[in-house]
Write a protein that binds this ligand. Structure first.
Ligand code: CDP
Length: 197
């Protein structure tokens, strides 16, 4: 059974939490594709070479979740050769037997336009910055500036910019708790899954 759930959206909108929960609920694999770009960014040296030689161990590094790694990731993610080097791996996971959930920026638009479910998970910049601040701490104003800067870079890049696929279901989590957001996503997936099987 091939069944792909593509979850796209801006930084700290809740894609990862929703992605993991959907994968658990339906017994699908989960790939946080942001980790690929973060791992390329922290690898050092030529990012294109790093993307071409990325290994599963590189995704286990403990320093991938920092603000700095996120900022550096959005810089290397603007390089078309880096993106191209990561396409095949993501497509293989997306169409692997047993179902898969991938979260990122371009899953429903570029990596897997044929995904059975496309979700665009978003929230206001202030809400997203607050959530990120709860994770990383530090200066709240700086975290908000960082979120806005990263949104702009991800939306304005020429190659695979962040945007909702025309057929994505938009879930705005600004006024939702985690459980509510997870249930909203699972309801969409369950409807499509039932139709398919
Ligand atoms: O967790 P958070 O939403 O803050 O970021 P992430 O998903 O780990 O992604 C980090 C950066 O990688 C993003 O700002 C994007 O520039 C880039 N990225 C991308 O271009 N395409 C993806 N499919 C996933 C991430």
């Amino acid at each position: 059974m091939i069944f792909t759930v593509a979850i796209d959206g801006p930084a700290a909108a809740g894609k990862g939490t929703i992605g993991r929960a959907v994968a658990d609920r339906f017994g699908f694999r989960h790939l946080d594709t942001g980790l690929l770009y973060r791992a390329v960014a922290v690898a050092g040296g030529d990012p294109v070479e790093a993307a071409r030689h990325l290994t599963p161990e590189d995704l286990q590094r403990g320093d991938l979740r920092t603000l700095e790694a996120g900022r550096a990731a959005s810089r290397v993610a603007a390089l078309p050769e880096v993106r191209a080097a990561l396409v095949d791996f993501q497509r293989r996971v997306a169409r692997s037997e047993g179902g898969a959930v991938l979260d990122g920026r371009d899953i429903g638009t570029v990596i897997c336009p044929e995904a059975e479910v496309k979700l665009f998970v978003t929230a206001s910049p202030e809400v997203r910055a607050h959530r990120r601040w709860l994770e990383v701490g530090g200066d709240a104003g700086r975290v908000l500036a960082e979120v806005k800067e990263r949104d702009a870079r991800d939306m304005e890049r020429a190659d695979a910019p962040l945007q909702a696929a025309w057929d994505a279901v938009v879930i705005d989590t600004s006024a939702m708790g985690t459980d509510e957001a997870v249930e909203a996503a699972c309801a969409v997936v369950a409807r499509r899954f039932a139709k398919r099987t």
